[in-house]
Design a protein around this ligand. Structure first.
Ligand code: URA
Length: 240
């Protein structure tokens, strides 16, 4: 149970004082009845709260799937470049989401955003070894021995990349699908570079069993479904 003004300040874009004014003016209903007192107690799991007739669903955390376009930084603010949180619509802004991990500015595709630090931690934890899939376009055709090199893992001056996968498109060997279970800085590009290829275009298409919803145009986002949350982190008990 919680106060109605608190409920609205967490679950809607209203601040606590705006919520108080809305409530006192009779524009907020609880289970269909106008509630004119900000201190009204509501059960966030069961009561139906509406502002001007529009239902407000209580949640503290949101989990968003973004089809990141090229040209955006995986950050919450930057003095020069656009950032992925610029793409969050007004009605979700008050959740103050941040990106889970990062994609390079010129990388596209699946990026998750949340305001839940534990979710971020669970997904990024190296212990889970969640495989991320990337579609890459290379500047020259990939060879079967490149796939072997990926499978063996690679050593760089500053880190060792664990074994990864590289699948070559038989119709166009400049197109590959790469699977890595880590997320080191520029990892895919550096692994490709080590086998003598430059990545011309890079798109993340999956994180673990969660696939990018291909109905999302670049720049579009939507909330993850409960089903997708379960697919992503089976057995994870935090969240929503
Ligand atoms: N590897 C890269 O090189 N860049 C990305 O954005 C993600 C993985």
């Amino acid at each position: 149970m919680m106060r109605l003004d608190k409920f609205l300040s967490v679950a809607s874009p209203l601040t606590r004082s705006e919520a108080g004014k809305r409530i006192r003016s009779g524009r907020v209903t609880v289970n269909g009845q106008p509630a004119r007192k900000p201190e009204t107690r509501v059960d966030e799991a069961h009561d139906l709260v509406a502002v001007d007739g529009a239902a407000v669903r209580y949640r503290k955390y949101v989990y968003l799937m973004l089809n990141k376009p090229q040209g955006y930084l995986s950050a919450v603010e930057d003095a020069r470049d656009p950032v992925v949180t610029d793409l969050v619509p007004e009605e979700l802004r008050h959740f103050h989401v941040f990106p889970v991990g990062r994609l390079d500015k010129d990388t596209e595709g699946l990026l998750l955003l949340t305001n839940d630090g534990q979710f971020d931690h669970a997904l990024m934890s190296p212990v889970r070894k969640i495989v991320k899939l990337y579609e890459a376009v290379l500047d020259r055709p990939a060879l079967p021995e490149d796939a072997d090199a990926f499978r063996r893992g690679m050593t760089f001056s500053d880190f060792t990349a664990a074994p990864a996968s590289l699948e070559i498109d038989p119709g166009d060997p400049c197109r590959v699908v790469i699977g890595i279970s880590e997320g080191k800085f520029h990892q895919v590009k550096r692994m490709c570079r080590q086998v003598g290829k430059n990545v011309i275009r890079l798109k993340r298409t999956a994180i673990g069993c969660l696939k990018l919803d291909d109905s999302l145009a670049p720049g579009e986002l939507r909330e993850l479904t409960d089903e997708e949350m379960k697919i992503l982190l089976p057995g994870w008990s935090g969240g929503r």
